[in-house]
Design a protein around this ligand. Structure first.
Ligand code: KDG
Length: 313
């Protein structure tokens, strides 16, 4: 059985080298927050499975081929036979490391995810269920599927990690809060950026520390706060540990959050303490930032050590 199961939509991704209206060359890859995490874990030697649905089309074949080539288990992934396409993400480069992202995913195969896609993938041998706040934004059935998965995981004793990952292009904060708050109550490990905390907090008007304390009091085991280039922290019943971001040249920040989560969960699987988990997470995040693509530059075990070695050795 896989150690980690993740659930979401993975799309074909077109990366344009200039403004799309000028007809630039485009590079084809795949993108999906949850499969980025699965790839990150697989590269670090863990058994990771991705559950989702793809269209019966060449993009769907690309998604499956890519994930399988990366050693991600796709046993429970469904190919939609009703003619719905694989979703598409278009990325247009802006100035510097800024990029504009657009989706063609309404009515996609991936958005039809439902609970009987996900539940068969969960058995007691699975250690972590990884969910994001993207999947429940895709459709009613996808929202039900992640909630059902969280409920089943809890009853099987599987650790649940929820990365809030708010996507403003998919829904508004009010609706997101209504759906994510009940889901977050299942999370053992809650990952959020500081400005996403309000989407999962039951009380409003609390400052950051207050919101984190309330989440722990309500049963979250760990609250991980990410701050991009300013690092990250994890708060548990034993207190808060913080880590600075690693200093690397910034090439492409998309996917850095997913890489961070992959490193963090890898540390969790290896039984590392909070400080060491963050150390690994900031390392995997740094690889994503320093390389082009959402997942292409994610490190293997040997690469991780490179980052801690003094220059020139
Ligand atoms: O986390 C990086 C993602 O933005 C990307 O891979 C696409 O899953 C994605 C999304 O829905 O934005």
């Amino acid at each position: 059985a896989p150690e980690v199961v993740t659930v979401g939509e993975t799309m074909a991704a077109l990366r344009a080298t200039g403004p799309i209206r000028l007809g630039p060359a485009m590079e084809l890859s795949v993108a999906g927050s949850e499969s980025n995490v699965a790839i990150g874990l697989a590269r670090l030697g863990h058994r990771a499975a991705w559950v989702g649905a793809v269209g019966d089309d060449a993009f769907g074949a690309l998604v499956l081929r890519t994930l399988r080539a990366e050693g991600v288990d796709t046993t429970h992934t469904r190919t939609d036979r009703a003619g719905r396409p694989t979703g598409l993400l278009i990325r247009e480069n802006g100035i510097g490391d800024l990029a504009r992202v657009g989706y063609y995913r309404t009515g996609s195969a991936g958005s039809t995810l439902r609970d009987h896609d996900v539940l068969p993938a969960l058995d007691p041998a699975v250690r972590i269920l990884h969910l994001t706040g993207i999947t429940p934004a895709l459709s009613e059935s996808a929202a039900e599927a992640v909630l059902a998965a969280a409920d089943r995981a809890r009853s099987l004793g599987i650790l649940i990690c929820l990365d809030v990952n708010y996507r403003a292009r998919l829904w508004d904060p009010v609706r997101a809060g209504e759906v994510l708050r009940p889901l977050a109550r299942f999370a053992d490990i809650l990952v959020a950026s500081a400005d996403e905390l309000h989407l999962v907090s039951d009380e409003s008007g609390l400052d950051e520390d207050g919101a984190v304390a309330a989440l722990l009091a309500q049963g979250r085991r760990e609250v991980v706060l990410t701050r991009g280039g300013d690092g990250a922290s994890v708060t548990t019943a034993d207190g808060t540990v913080t880590a600075a971001a690693r200093r690397v040249p910034v090439t492409d920040v998309i996917g850095a959050g997913d890489a961070f989560v992959a490193g963090y969960l890898s540390g969790t699987l290896d039984g590392l303490d909070p400080e060491a988990r963050l150390h690994r997470a900031t390392a995997t995040g740094a690889f994503a930032v320093a390389t082009r693509g959402d997942w292409e530059g994610l490190p293997g075990r040997d690469d991780l050590e490179l980052l801690d070695r003094p220059a020139g050795t």
